[in-house]
Design a protein around this ligand. Structure first.
Ligand code: FES
Ligand SMILES: [Fe+2]
Length: 477
């Protein structure tokens, strides 16, 4: 307990958040706090365990690990995916490791007991050597772990009393359903071992407020990071991808030249594509290039909305022409679902951009170490999907194989983790407008650490899983 916090009598656990826009620094390194998360948060949440294209055929499996838990996620048949705790029912050996294919089921390497992919035990050597009640069928079956699928991914939950996956991750799920997220496949997948607390890594992607200083190449043309450039709050029709637009304080030009305006849009699309090695996909850039001579209204607002609609339509048409499934992007815009960075509590992100996306997952490896994974996702014409992907070997955060934008994000993180230990640094000081998500998900964690019931946690979760750059919300506890 930290005596300086002063309100221990009212707080159920150390370092609970007392003021929503201030996050106590110990939450990012304290061993006791980390142990509490391990005990009270992670066993009760839906965790993205694998992408379904990792296990395309019956018998394909992937092992998902978190702390000491090891779970086999396996495809039983075309429509069934199951998860089992990865321990032999005889003497506990892990049945499988990493990933593979076991269409005939799992065989323990120690004494050769066997299980079908649906978890039923099918073979025990010399069963007469055992007391009968040691080998009861149901008891020998692999212990199942709760699993549900959504959005092209399998999610697991160790809590049999948790609400369904779908209920737990709204409105994130509905936002991406409209976009047909389940049709995306992995183009590439990279991982990094970061020397920072898992929450610190996540928070690097929970606000666009850092763009000006960390990604200056993404500033509007002619702008520099400084008082002349602002984060202006925008209505969704003007800035569908984010509630905030990075803009200069200089007045907008009265008349817009169509071609110049489209060239500028193309410039940003290419910049994002190079920066993320995807996200704004090359095929969507080609679609936009074909529109370069399209006439647009002369006013900025008209040009922005007309071009966005036109490009949305063209991207959808080009996808469907080649047999690729995609939602109606203008419908996605109309419902205000087109936000570009979206968080799914506790550790998953999707960054949809026109037809493609980037995606992140972050897992704790220790109080000050985490595993960060980045997928580049896109849609493929039927029959051209790439082969089954392999688990990436984690690289360092400064590895030159990282695309430029994640490299910029990673460059701050180890320095930030070290800065947190500095004498006199007590709390993160958040913008209650643009950094509200950091407060919201951290206070949802507090709800779990305080042992709240799902009657409280579920409505709170609905204020957390969705777009970034949102204000501090009242979670009801
Ligand atoms: S430990 Fe698995 S068969 Fe003995
Ligand atoms: Fe960033």
């Amino acid at each position: 307990m930290n005596a300086s916090l002063g309100r221990q009598a009212e707080t159920p656990h150390p370092y609970a958040i007392q003021r929503p826009d201030r996050i106590p620094v110990q939450r990012y390194f304290d061993a006791e706090f980390y142990a509490l998360e391990r005990e009270k948060l992670w066993p009760r949440v839906w965790q993205m365990a694998c992408r379904l294209e990792e296990i395309p055929k019956p018998g394909d499996f992937v092992v998902y690990e978190i702390f000491d838990e090891s779970v086999i996620v396996t495809r039983v048949d075309a429509n069934t995916v199951k998860a089992f705790h990865n321990a032999c029912r005889h003497r506990g050996v892990q049945l499988v490791q990493d990933r593979g294919s076991a269409p005939d089921g799992f065989t323990c390497p120690f004494h050769g007991w066997q299980w079908k992919t649906d978890g039923k035990c099918k073979f025990v050597y010399s069963p007469t050597l055992f007391e009968k009640d040691q080998l009861k069928g149901q008891d020998l079956a692999l212990r199942e772990c709760r699993l549900e699928t959504w959005g092209g991914c399998a999610f697991i939950n160790f809590d049999n009393n948790a609400p369904s996956l779908r209920e737990s991750i709204e409105p994130f799920a509905t936002m991406h359903d409209a976009w047909h997220v389940e049709s995306l496949r992995t183009e590439w997948w990279l991982a990094a071992r970061l020397p920072v607390n898992w929450k610190l890594a996540m928070e690097a992607f929970m606000e666009g407020y850092h763009v000006m200083a960390t990604h200056p190449q993404l500033l509007p043309p002619g702008a520099t990071a400084g008082p002349d450039t602002v984060y202006a709050k925008m209505p969704p029709e003007l800035s569908p991808m984010s509630p905030f637009l990075t803009a200069t304080t200089a007045p907008m030009p009265d008349t817009v030249k169509s071609r110049e305006f489209i060239e500028m849009n193309l410039y940003y699309m290419r910049l994002l594509n190079e920066g993320m090695a995807g996200m704004t996909h090359a095929k969507d850039i080609r679609t936009a290039e074909a529109l370069v001579d399209a006439p647009l209204p002369a006013d900025m607002l008209g040009a922005m909305t007309t071009f966005r609609k036109m490009l949305n339509e063209a991207v959808v048409a080009d996808h469907r022409k080649q047999g690729m499934d995609i939602g109606d992007l203008n419908d996605v815009d109309r419902k205000n679902y087109a936000t570009s960075v979206n968080f799914c509590f506790p550790h998953y992100f999707l960054l949809p951009t026109f037809g493609s996306a980037s995606s992140y997952r972050i897992r704790p490896l220790g109080p000050e170490e985490c595993l960060f994974e980045l997928w580049s996702l896109t849609r493929f014409p039927p029959g051209t999907e790439p082969p089954r992907i392999k688990t990436p070997t984690p690289m360092g955060p400064d590895d030159p194989r990282w695309p430029p934008i994640p490299q910029q994000d990673f460059s701050n993180l180890p320095r930030q983790q070290r800065g947190l230990h500095t004498r006199g640094f007590e709390f993160m000081r958040l913008s209650n407008q643009m950094e509200g998500l950091i407060s919201n998900y951290q206070r949802l964690i507090d709800g779990y650490l305080a042992g709240q019931g799902y009657d409280k946690l579920l409505p709170a979760a609905h204020k957390v899983s969705g777009s970034i750059d949102v204000p501090v919300a009242d979670l009801g506890f």
